[in-house]
Design a protein around this ligand. Structure first.
Ligand code: ADP
Ligand code: ADP
Length: 230
């Protein structure tokens, strides 16, 4: 069974904009699915349907077989990590505290949280001894993005939604981050939906690529085969 399933999912915003027409789309377990297409074609809306940041106007979305309209959004978001461009780290919390956001909600004890935070910083290539106590303003763009990924993975969510996650990083750093993220995703087996307008990124990262056109139409679904690019 797919981990995420969109069934005739539709979003019409209050002003009448139909961002996504009845979309049918499955995301398989452990798959890294990339949504690609021009700006304004409904990619972010589609992504945000999966964690209920956007409520559907019609149709439904199932996550792990459950209709998410009938799940508690807070509980849902603990199982679904979310990474956006410019990350949205809490500016007055240290890197360690940022990463511990979901563990704190889940009531993890101090030791478990510390161990996990250190593990995650290692995973994204940041020395915990150096970075745990820093504040977001003390980080470069690429470092912030790494922390965003670490924070999203803190409670080991089965699903990760990523919206232009590397968009704010300079081209050289971006290439490296993409490769590292790809390795992390393989290692953890997290099911990922990633939105980008960068076709190069789509080809480099995607197991499959969903090509959107205006109005949230799924134009094409292709298996990504360009493994050499990685
Ligand atoms: P067309 O008018 O040729 O159907 P669309 O852009 O609507 O143009 O559809 C192109 C492709 O997108 C279809 O072949 C189908 O795979 C997919 N598609 C069409 N309608 C939907 C839909 N409601 N939900 C999901 N995918 C769709
Ligand atoms: P993409 O991620 O592909 O750039 P979006 O999903 O952000 O596309 O937007 C799809 C369409 O929905 C666009 O026409 C956009 O202007 C519109 N849209 C997005 N958010 C809102 C909103 N909150 N209210 C009204 N229209 C919106």
């Amino acid at each position: 069974a797919p981990v995420i399933r969109f069934e005739q999912a539709r979003k019409e915003y209050p002003d009448g904009t139909v961002a996504v027409h009845g979309l049918d789309l499955d995301v398989a377990e452990h798959e890294l699915l990339v949504l690609v297409g021009p700006s304004g074609c409904g990619k972010s809306t589609t992504l945000r349907m999966a964690n209920r940041l956007v409520e559907l106007t019609a149709g439904r979305v199932l996550v792990e077989g459950q209709d998410i309209a009938r799940t508690d959004p807070v509980a849902l978001r603990r199982r679904i990590g979310y990474v956006i461009q410019n990350v949205g780290l809490f500016p007055h919390r240290t890197v360690g505290q940022n990463i511990a956001t979901v563990p704190a909600l889940l009531g993890w004890d101090r030791q478990r949280t510390r161990t996990r935070t250190a593990e995650l910083l290692e995973l994204v290539g940041l020395d915990p001894g150096v970075y745990s106590a820093r504040y977001p303003y003390q980080l470069s763009g690429g470092e912030r993005q790494r922390v965003g990924v670490a924070r999203a993975l803190a409670a080991d969510p089965p699903v990760l939604l990523m919206d232009e996650p590397f968009g704010a990083v300079d081209p050289e750093g971006r290439r490296r981050l993409q490769q590292e993220f790809w390795r992390i995703q393989r290692e953890l087996g997290t099911t990922v939906m990633l939105v980008t307008h960068d076709i190069d990124e789509a080809v480099r990262l995607g197991d499959r690529i969903a090509v959107f056109s205006q109005g949230g139409h799924l134009e094409q679904l292709t298996d990504a085969v360009n493994l050499l690019a990685r």
